[in-house]
Design a binder for this molecule. Structure first.
Ligand SMILES: N[C@@H](CCC(=O)N[C@@H](CS)C(=O)NCC(=O)O)C(=O)O
Length: 240
């Protein structure tokens, strides 16, 4: 990193999107100031000023300039610090758009079905979320085969953009595995992703920023209880 560069990350410890930014910074070997935000309480002036459109974390502030949205932040880090460590995005424009396509798929399909499975208002909705999640995992298994071409990561020999996009969810996948007793990246149904999960989780750069899975399990239980109570109240209002 250039001597006078100042990097500050506004985050929240449990956020998978923040974890993406932390992973990218970690894989590039960059130092930065981390600021924990109270996103469900009073958001800081700095966050509101830095991300007035979405008011969400992560926000990366580079020499006073804010960059918002996790996938954009990861690509920015890769462009600015391209010389430090291997590039996250492939050099070939077609391979680059393929990587961007799968990173978007992770948000549009994997994350949305994951949320439906956890926060669904009815048992039917949760079951539908689970079904869609397993379908999305199946599709990603094919994407890993296509992108890695037999190498360890979506990025090939080294971690790339899609690895980071999916890596943001690793701690949550492990926490939900623990809560449900299910393996979301199951070695029988998705052997490549199961092996990827082991490999990615064991890297030093990942371990350095990975949130505590036990703490996520506790947070997940609390959120589940709140979602269930809200769903029960809606049900009560309908029948009352
Ligand atoms: N699309 C955004 C999603 C970011 C996001 O949803 N952040 C959540 C934390 S996980 C947040 O800041 N929520 C606060 C709010 O919704 O007000 C990204 O990729 O960065």
């Amino acid at each position: 990193m250039a001597g006078e560069d100042e990097l500050k990350l506004l985050g929240m410890w449990a956020s998978p999107f923040v974890l993406r930014a932390r992973l990218a910074l970690s894989f590039k070997g960059l130092r930065y100031e981390y600021v924990e935000e109270k996103i469900f309480g009073n958001k800081s002036e700095l966050l509101l000023k830095s991300n007035p459109v979405h008011k969400k974390v992560p926000v990366l502030i580079h020499n006073g300039k804010p960059i918002c949205e996790s996938r954009i932040i990861v690509q920015y880090i890769d462009e600015v610090y391209g010389a430090a460590r291997p590039s996250l995005l492939p050099a070939d424009p077609y391979h680059r758009v393929v990587a961007r396509f799968w990173a978007a798929y992770i948000d549009d399909k994997l994350f949305s079905s994951f949320m439906m499975m956890i926060m669904g208002k009815t048992e039917e909705e949760k079951a539908e979320g689970r079904k869609q999640l397993f379908a999305a995992v199946g599709t990603l298994e094919g994407a890993l085969k296509e992108c890695s071409k037999g190498k360890p990561f979506f990025g090939g020999d080294s971690v790339g953009f899609v690895d980071i996009a999916l890596g943001g969810f690793v701690a949550w996948v492990l926490a939900r595995d623990r809560l449900s007793g299910l393996k979301h990246f199951d070695a029988d149904r998705s052997p490549l992703l199961a092996a990827w999960l082991e490999r990615f989780s064991s890297l030093d750069e990942t371990k350095a920023v990975m949130p505590d899975v036990e703490k996520l399990v506790e947070l997940s239980k609390r959120r589940q209880a709140q979602a269930d109570a809200a769903a029960a109240a809606v049900q009560g209002n309908r029948s009352g």
